[in-house]
Ligand binder design. Structure first.
Ligand SMILES: [Zn+2]
Length: 509
């Protein structure tokens, strides 16, 4: 029997919106904070909550490799502001201690988002990757999975052997990328020594334009990259970055990892970068103004012969750091008299508690956002009826939460005129129709559905709404796709498409 390979498991998963408030340990506990052996249990349980990459990694390693996981720490929060530095420092110390706890490590798997900020570190992901490399030395395989919104830094690139980014947006392949990470790890344990090359383009695209379905430029370039994967090329990862992190290193980044020959990685990265740049004009938004959206909602609510519509509010996307509680759309739809509508999910823990105290079937004067002070999270008062009360926990059936346990915290449904609103306590985006059916509502039968999400909802509603029946509303918010309106401090300018005059010259062949 060969000695089992000892592989350290760790990760930090935070997509930081620099304009959102600081997040701390409670926000990580809310989504997932696992120490040591807790990671093993979470990765191997049915209907997991932990990051899909870890589950995929464990599955393949368990099946194909004699190995001993050395689980250290995994911390994931819903997209938010920067991580509080003391908590991040605590995570770093935990990682350092775990990596140095004794016993030689044969490899490290890092399950990372890649678009994090801490309050005093503008590259916490790079800090973690460097720490790992320093602890294990140059010869031990270090493999990371990343969200495709990662803002890849030199430190991240220089400290890993392979970086594997998601290929899908909505992200429905995090598990598969964990599988791929395990396959690369097994290859490296058998002696492979891959080499990577990376090119950044001055393209910072609004996230609504970064879908990977047919017909979208980002999907096209990702597919073009995947066609190169084969005996010479181990991985192609095209990370679009996350504009709202407001970083100098923002921008579409093409990273190619060759099995042996770095020149092949460089050539492939260059070809893809040129193709991506030549296609840049297609990264344009298709938002519909609030007034026009309201009229569309009213029209389908009044005329049942028209197909029902799904409206999304990308400017208040909790999946990008939005607070999930702006009332622009709700107020406009209520005042216009839109009926037969479901609206989800609205983040307001105070309102949920008031609903619980009021009781099922009873009316009360609700104030949305009584506790929030964000400039976009304006209060809104209305007379409502408590339609449903729930612990807010279910296993999803559709899209990104299929097979996963979802925790919304204590939740309720409030009826306001002809609109039923799902209110939650743990801020997150509405990822699928499960977020309605759990409460006895259904987007399939509602005339009008409104979701607070930028694009991940699409995977969880695609069986009900083809793209032409989805309306992206242009309302104010922390995650508005109108990037030109934000007070950027660090984003490199000029940058496409904000600055149409942006130039780029390919590196020499
Ligand atoms: Zn993402």
């Amino acid at each position: 029997m060969p000695t089992p390979k000892r592989i350290a498991i760790l990760g930090f998963s935070l997509e930081t919106n620099a304009f959102a408030p600081v997040c701390d340990e409670p926000e990580f506990r809310e989504r997932g904070l696992y120490y040591g052996a807790e990671i093993n249990d979470a990765a191997r349980r049915p209907n997991p909550i932990i990051g899909g990459g870890i589950c995929g990694f464990y599955k393949i390693m368990d099946e194909r490799q004699s190995w001993e996981p050395v689980p250290i720490v995994f911390a994931a929060a819903h997209p938010n502001g920067p991580a509080a530095q003391p908590f991040f420092d605590h995570l770093l110390a935990t990682m350092r201690d775990g990596l140095n706890a004794g016993g030689k490590l044969d490899g490290v798997y890092i399950c990372e988002h890649g678009a994090g900020l801490a309050t005093k570190d503008d590259d916490p992901d790079g800090t973690i990757f460097s720490l790992v490399r320093a602890a294990v030395g140059p010869d031990v395989p270090v493999i990371a999975t990343l969200d495709l919104h990662a803002n890849v830094s030199k430190e991240m690139l220089g400290s890993t052997d392979v970086m594997i980014a998601y290929l899908t947006n909505p992200h429905v392949d995090s598990y598969e990328r964990g599988v791929e990470a395990a396959e690369c790890m097994i290859e490296m344990l058998a002696g492979a020594r891959p080499k990577a090359a990376s090119i950044r383009l001055p393209i910072v695209a609004p996230t609504v334009t970064l879908l990977t379905a047919e017909g979208f430029p980002y999907g096209d370039i990702i597919r073009r990259g995947q066609a190169l994967v084969g005996p010479d090329i181990m991985n192609v990862s095209i990370t679009a970055g996350f504009a709202f992190s407001d970083l100098e290193r923002a921008g579409m980044t093409i990273t190619v990892t060759a099995r042996e020959d770095e020149a092949k990685a460089r050539a492939a990265a260059r070809d893809l970068a040129i193709a991506c740049w030549d296609d840049r004009a297609r990264y344009q938004t298709r938002l519909v103004g609030l007034e026009a959206s309201t009229q569309q909602a009213l029209a389908v609510a009044r005329d049942s012969s028209q197909p029902n519509l799904l409206f999304c509010d990308p400017a208040d996307n909790p999946g990008g750091g939005g607070r999930g509680n702006t009332t622009y759309v709700l107020k406009a739809f209520v005042e216009a008299g839109v009926t037969d509508a479901v609206f989800g999910v609205f983040n307001d823990a105070v309102l949920v508690e008031t609903a619980f105290q009021t009781g099922l079937g009873r009316q009360f004067q609700a104030t949305f956002n009584s506790a929030e002070t964000n400039e976009f999270s304006l209060p809104f008062a209305a007379n409502v009826t408590v339609d449903k009360l729930s612990d807010g926990e279910f296993v999803g059936e559709f899209g990104m939460v299929a097979g996963n346990t979802v925790r919304l915290g204590r939740s309720c449904v409030l009826a306001l005129g002809g609109i039923r609103i799902v209110i939650i306590s743990v801020r997150q985006q509405c990822l699928s129709n499960d977020y309605f059916t759990h409460f006895g509502l259904d987007a399939a039968s509602a005339r009008v559905t409104v979701v607070k999400s930028r694009g991940h909802f699409r995977a969880g509603f695609q069986h009900l709404f083809p793209p032409e029946r989805i309306v992206e509303i242009d309302a104010p918010g922390l995650t508005s796709p109108n990037l030109i309106n934000f007070p950027w401090k660090n984003l490199p300018r000029p940058v496409y498409p904000m600055d149409p005059e942006t130039q780029w010259v390919p590196p020499p062949a």
